[in-house]
Design a protein around this ligand. Structure first.
Ligand SMILES: *Cc1c(COP(=O)(O)O)cnc(C)c1O
Length: 376
């Protein structure tokens, strides 16, 4: 289905499009039939590759795509994808014209933005907008009824702007305690009740809300992390109603192996010292690939064994200590499965004291993405 790019380095991220298809199909089946899914493919589909991800999830029945910035939406349009696309973040008013021409829906929450935008939308085109309501995230969105009604009134009078949707975003949907979630939900319902007519798309839920709080669905949901086979949080991982499979894995190959003697050093600062005769291998991946220095000491899988990273991680290379000599070209798995062993994205996130979202996003574009499907 996807053409893989030719590359000349032995480090790659493997993207399991069958797992992606299966994850989103199961989510599709779990949700009521009439619920529209917008798949979040912002940030290069959380590092998975936006175009192949978009094509796969659209084939699996999602209704549209959601991105953070207009540039991301335009790149998807340029790839020939005609599905609805919503930009979730703020866009400059002066760029409303290009969004209108490319049939890309924008998020709006300021009256003066709409007044400026209307002037740049070419005749014969119209801009579709979703009003964002801030119900407690404190990020973007209208914060009171007065702002909502002014915006609604302006859009209603405009013949260039189409009121396509209204939405909000939860800040605690991935927690079991529903107190704050319920506060946001009722605030959103109050905003809906202020409108004389509702737009076609009404949405609040991200993955966590859609899968764990079924009063959040309205008629549309925005699914990101769960379709990549990752859990929105540890707290709700056991109640996710589907059999998820991680889509992202990361691999490299040993490019050099040597025996170090006791007292010999490894890496910048010479701060790793062999305590006996040790086999040290070099991997062609480093912090410029997003394999950041904080991963020192983390274990990776070489020839079916867990082996530690030793010394400081360099910009382009990383050293590991092997239990024995291994040939150059031995595959090393940094994230994912090798033989019976498995390193999850969550394992890396734990080591980095962050969330799984950040791990796949952090692997830079220097690492080629290799797309795998059964049909290839
Ligand atoms: C990224 C994003 C989503 C998707 O969230 P997940 O937790 O990955 O499902 C939904 N809504 C908004 C506004 C977002 O920015």
């Amino acid at each position: 289905m996807e053409e893989n790019k030719v590359f000349y380095r032995d480090t790659w991220a493997e993207i399991d499009l069958d797992a992606l298809y299966s994850n989103i199909s199961q989510i599709r089946e779990y949700l009521p039939k009439e619920t529209n899914i917008f798949a979040a493919v912002k940030a290069n589909a959380y590092g998975h590759g936006d175009i192949p991800t978009a094509k796969t999830v659209l084939a699996a029945g999602v209704h549209g795509l959601a991105v953070a910035f207009l540039d991301e939406a335009l790149a998807i349009r340029d790839a020939g994808i005609t599905a609805p696309i919503l930009v979730l973040g703020a866009t400059r008013a002066e760029d409303a014209g290009i969004a209108a021409c490319k049939n890309i829906s924008l998020t709006v929450f300021q009256l003066d933005w709409l007044q400026q935008a209307e002037k740049v939308i070419p005749t014969e085109t119209s801009l579709r907008v979703h009003i964002k309501c801030d119900t407690g995230m404190g990020r973007i969105g209208i914060t009171n009824e007065d702002e909502l009604l002014k915006i609604d009134g302006f859009i209603r009078k405009s013949d260039r702007i189409i009121f396509e949707g209204i939405f909000t975003h939860f800040s605690t949907a991935d927690q079991l305690n529903e107190t704050y979630y319920n506060k946001q939900l009722s605030r959103f319902k109050y905003y809906l009740s202020c409108l004389e007519t509702l737009p076609p798309y009404i949405h609040a839920a991200n993955s966590a809300a859609a899968l764990c709080h079924n009063d959040s669905l309205f008629n549309t949901v925005r699914i990101g992390i769960a379709m990549y086979g990752l859990t929105p949080s540890d707290e709700i991982k056991d109640i996710l109603p589907f059999n998820r499979k991680e889509v992202f894995s990361l691999h490299t190959k040993i490019v050099h192996v040597k025996k170090l003697h006791a007292g010999e050093k490894v890496g910048y600062g010479a701060d790793y010292c062999a305590s006996e005769d040790e086999w040290i291998a070099t991997l062609p991946i480093g912090y410029a690939d997003g394999w950041i220095r904080k991963l020192r000491g983390f274990e990776v899988i070489a020839d079916g064994e867990m082996v530690p990273i030793v010394g400081k991680i360099c910009m382009d290379q990383t050293m590991i200590r092997l239990p024995r000599n291994m040939p150059v070209g031995t595959q090393v798995t940094l994230i994912g499965k090798q033989k019976e062993l498995y390193i999850s994205v969550d394992d890396v996130a734990t080591k980095l004291e962050t969330i799984n979202y950040e791990v796949t996003c952090t692997i830079t574009s220097r690492v080629p993405r290799v797309y795998k499907t059964r049909s290839m």
